[in-house]
Design a protein around this ligand. Structure first.
Ligand SMILES: [Zn+2]
Ligand SMILES: [Zn+2]
Length: 309
């Protein structure tokens, strides 16, 4: 059998893991143990091997999703931090925290995770890939590989049963609180195309939780209040901002605009506009539709073009 072709019904076609590959095709997969040690790389190689099988379009959830329980635990912990924030914080700290979140949302999550990684809607230097993924840690969106591929799935199937987070099919509060990925069975391979070519994507996928923990510890050592207002409160705001985008703007079964969601997401609230032209780096269309993400993109993009996905 040619390398990389799996027969339907074989262990390979059923999505078997590396060791079973070895037992089926020992001569073709001699370095399976090495691949397994390399983690992600082997997983994607497996997917490529699977690409000619009837189930080729699917990457099983375990192959791409990071541990969403960890992601949710961080959100819960940060919500608890609201108590010391109220007890020990000053009013200006709340104001600063909100402005910092606006910066994180506009320059990293909205323009980076969403428009740059998920939709390739503008081009810029490689520095931005690293910048966006690092600054995103202050919002805890999870690794961009998971976020962007899940989001592409949302666009492929929005407001249908296959939508990874449709409030109509999965329930409003479940979608509102699941925050990218709790209930996703699989990601299609096409939804990951190009992501791993971007600098730092694989590194952040592997090291996300270590880096976010390290960042939190450094901030706590500087001062617990620095951690609370620079990281914990923005993470809470991100949780609710994107909860609103996923659940509120799709609650009727089709995308709608929401000024409230926009206030918490750096320009993402004009979600109906976005679904009409997903590849457009400008989401706010009318003069009054504030879109801070696009203001940032205007500063950093290398060329004027944008493509439509
Ligand atoms: Zn949507
Ligand atoms: Zn989108």
């Amino acid at each position: 059998m040619p390398r990389g072709i799996a027969q339907p019904g074989s262990a390979l076609a059923l999505g078997a893991r590396g060791r079973r590959f070895e037992s089926y095709y020992p001569d073709q997969f001699v370095d399976v143990a090495e691949w397994l040690r390399n983690g992600l790389q082997i997983r994607f190689m497996q997917v490529q091997v699977l690409s000619s099988t009837p189930i080729n379009k699917y990457i099983l959830k375990e192959e791409i999703m990071n541990n969403s329980t960890k992601l949710l635990s961080i959100h819960i912990f940060c919500h608890i931090m609201i108590v010391p924030a109220i007890l020990y914080g000053e009013w200006w700290m709340w104001g600063f925290s909100f402005l910092w979140w606006q910066w994180v949302a506009a320059t990293s999550i909205s323009s980076g995770y969403h428009r740059y990684f998920s939709h390739n809607s503008f081009k810029t230097g490689n520095w931005y890939s690293w910048y966006s993924q690092f600054i995103a840690l202050f919002a805890n969106p999870g690794p961009v590989l998971t976020w962007a591929s899940t989001h592409r799935m949302h666009h492929y199937y929005s407001d249908t049963e296959k939508d990874p987070h449709s409030p109509v099919f999965k329930g409003f509060w479940k979608v509102y609180t699941s925050y990218w990925g709790n209930d996703i069975k699989y990601i299609e391979r096409r939804a990951t195309v190009g992501l791993l070519k971007r600098p730092g994507v694989k590194w952040f996928y592997k090291n996300y939780y270590k880096v976010i923990l390290l960042l939190a510890i450094i901030l706590i050592i500087i001062d617990p209040l620095v951690f609370i207002f620079l990281m914990a409160i923005p993470i809470v705001l991100a949780f609710h901002g994107y909860g609103l985008i996923n659940a509120w703007t799709h609650k009727t079964g089709k995308p709608t605009n929401s000024a409230l969601a926009n206030l918490l997401t750096g320009g993402e609230g004009w979600h109906e506009n976005h679904h009409k032209r997903p590849g457009d780096w400008k989401i706010g269309k009318k003069w009054w539709q504030v879109d801070t993400g696009s203001y940032w993109i205007r500063l950093i993009k290398n060329e004027n073009n944008y493509k439509h996905n």
